[in-house]
Design a protein around this ligand. Structure first.
Ligand code: SF4
Length: 230
């Protein structure tokens, strides 16, 4: 059982982003002071296991390690959701023992990574690759996930991504159903995309450790934790 803290700002511009207010207008969201978060957690010892720090992109915050270390010192687990653009900061946090789990977006095959992420960082795929590889090599519990829209990722693209992830040592991979709610690029809402069944068929064709998460957050195929416990 965890609570989630959302932070503002992001260095990517994914068309399907469903937190555009955090990307473009973080000031529009309520500000929660750090002290209030610590007080909130202190009152929930024994009821909450941990905290997920999500966004936006948390790794853009230079003070993230200090914040996470303080949360850990209160006795809570810490998970960081990241777009993979700042592997150095996450490595530092792991070295300091203040991150227990990761959620890493793997947005596209290497040859179209910048296009899908809306990033002009020339080494963005390489940064993400190095973080996924680091997580796999160090046995960090990691949810590697990809939001899938037909207009952006073909079945051939997904097959390339499956191969790339396996080469990084990452076997568990979750395809997330596109959520048309509030997104960055409204044109995507009009374009046809994969049904749940099509996505499940694609996942099955990619091997037993590729999963599908539906719109309500539940797994539509097997669950990665079952694969890990075998
Ligand atoms: S989906 Fe994530 S990485 Fe992409 S723009 Fe939104 S917050 Fe940033």
């Amino acid at each position: 059982m965890a609570c989630i803290v959302f932070v503002g700002n992001c260095n990517f511009r994914c068309s399907y982003c469903h937190n555009p207010c955090l990307v473009f207008d973080p000031e529009s969201q309520p500000l929660i002071r750090e002290d209030n978060i610590y007080r909130f957690l202190e009152k929930r010892r024994g009821r909450l296991d941990g905290i997920v720090i999500s966004g936006g992109e948390p790794s853009l915050r230079p003070r993230l390690p200090e914040f996470a270390a303080r949360v850990k010192s209160l006795g809570f687990l810490v998970k960081i959701d990241t777009n993979g653009s700042n592997p150095g900061l996450v490595r530092e946090m792991r070295g300091r023992g203040c991150v227990d789990a990761l959620g890493i977006d793997y947005k596209a095959p290497s040859f179209k990574y910048n296009q899908i992420a809306g990033s002009n960082l020339s080494d963005i795929w390489e940064r993400t690759r190095s973080l996924i590889q680091f997580a796999a090599e160090n046995g960090i519990h990691t949810d590697v996930r990809t939001t899938v829209h037909k207009d952006m990722l073909s079945q051939e693209d997904l097959a390339v991504m499956r191969k790339e992830l396996s080469e990084m040592g990452q076997e568990d991979w979750t395809l997330q159903q596109f959520n048309p709610a509030e997104i960055l690029d409204d044109k995507l809402k009009e374009a046809p995309t994969y049904s749940d069944k099509e996505l499940m068929d694609i996942a099955r064709s990619l091997g037993p450790r590729t999963y599908v998460r539906g719109l309500r957050g539940f797994f539509l195929t097997g669950h990665p934790s079952k694969a890990q416990s075998v």
